[in-house]
Ligand binder design. Structure first.
Ligand code: ATP
Ligand code: MG
Length: 247
């Protein structure tokens, strides 16, 4: 297996309840995983822990046999080979599309940088936009630049936090199809967070449902259709019972 996440626990300082409790799952190379859950269920927290922006109180993360964190190890975010796409895309406004994408490629030779830039621009179909600035792009195009920037250094994993929340409904449907194609074409392993069941079903190979910091369910979209995660409480048949008793 490509990625192993085991028993990750975390509490924010001065809070009584853990934000994440015993989060475990294995992920195959190239899989698209969706983390689905209500506001406050811990979705962004698991991404922050995987990216190294928070330190877990317990648990481990291994990618291709390299330990990123466990009881003894804590690799700094920049050493993890994990890309991140934030909700607001966080593009550098004073840099062109090309410069934004090149930002993460500082380790490459000049000729390799140029080649990689053209590859990812093609992947997200923005070949003609290299010289534009973020404010000269639509929301969907900005999102594709953010994805291109995250993918360019060939990360082991990319994390996307609510990638569709700034898009209108029509664009959202188109972009989620594009995003799946981009991720699959590049064979990039990814985890994206959403609170929208339709996004998760349209995009993911597997869905993880989070509730109050705990995994409620994991399954393929087709396995989860119609599943009620919690038993529906039985309504006590008061009237019938009383009637029976009076018989
Ligand atoms: N910096 C923080 N300090 C204290 N508690 C926090 C902090 N950030 C988040 N929390 C709490 O941790 C829990 C999980 O938060 P998280 O941001 O992971 O939720 P989420 O599922 O991403 O929600 P949303 O859909 O609203 O983005 C929540 O109860 C939240 O209040
Ligand atoms: Mg969040």
């Amino acid at each position: 297996m490509f990625i192993s996440i085991q028993n990750v626990c975390f509490s924010y300082p001065n809070t009584g309840k853990p934000a994440l409790d015993q989060f475990s799952m294995n992920i195959e190379k190239g899989e698209v995983i969706s983390i689905l859950g209500r506001s406050g269920s811990g979705k962004s927290t698991i991404l922050r822990l995987l990216a190294g922006l928070e330190k877990p109180t317990e648990g481990s993360l291994t990618i291709q046999d390299e330990v990123l964190f466990d009881g003894n190890t804590f690799l700094q975010p920049e050493k993890r080979g994990i890309g991140m796409v934030f909700q607001d895309y966080a593009l550098f406004p004073h840099m062109t599309v090309g410069e934004n994408i090149l930002f993460g490629l500082f380790q490459l030779k000049k000729s390799d940088k140029k080649k990689r830039l053209q590859e990812v621009l093609e992947l997200v179909e923005l070949q003609d936009y290299e010289k534009r600035y973020p404010h000269q792009l639509s929301g969907g195009q900005q999102q594709r630049v953010a994805i291109a920037r995250a993918i360019a250094p060939n990360p082991h994993l990319i994390l996307l936090d609510e990638p569709f929340s700034n898009l209108d409904a029509e664009l959202q449907v188109k972009i989620r199809k594009d995003l799946r194609e981009i991720l699959k074409k590049a064979n990039i392993t990814s985890i994206f967070v959403t609170h929208d069941e339709n996004d998760a079903h349209a995009l993911a190979d597997r869905i993880v449902k989070l509730k109050d910091g705990c995994i409620d369910l994991i399954g393929r979209p087709c396995d989860l259709i119609g599943i009620h995660p919690h038993p529906v409480p039985q309504v006590t048949p008061m009237i019938e019972e009383r009637e029976l008793m009076s018989v």
